[in-house]
Ligand binder design. Sequence first.
Ligand SMILES: [Zn+2]
Length: 190
Amino acid sequence: MWVTEHCRWFATAIGIGTVGGLLMIGGITLAQNPLAASDSSAAATAETTAGDKPTEYVPKTKAQLRKMLSNLQFKVTQNEGTEPAFNNLYWNNKRDGKYHCIVCDQPAFDSKTKFESGTGWPSFFQPVDPKSVGYKNDFHLFYKRVEVHCSRCGAHFGHVFDDGPAPTGKRYCMNSASLKFYERKSAEKE
Ligand SMILES: [Zn+2]
């Protein structure tokens, strides 16, 4: 009796896992996220570790975001706000690891591409993957700037400028409030 029940439970669990995996792959296809797609098999096992793999993302309502984010995080990511220079979490963070989107946890930047810009905001010369961010022209000031946001959830990250260092010449000027840092484990170091 126990065996029968156990087998039935197991079959149900497999079924749910498969459906979950398919749903997730569908969502990722829509979001056109090759990073997440390559990790879909691992993600389907529901054994992903924060900081290693993109986790499944279910879009949140503004009310849910208000609850899960601080006032500053909400203002920056949802209303394209800007945090104070030199008075934010990561502008001077020199630790080795990855910066994920604070809203949906998609990897966005790597410390290997971080550089000292002197601006007081965390600055990178490229995103972790070209498809991990999206762009939009921003005319909030008197000149055109290129706004940068998360390609998966649309959270505002900051702006990109053409005065960055080699090899890209780009300066991704980001808000710490849009990001969550995950220190790289020694096993992952190259
Ligand atoms: Zn996001």
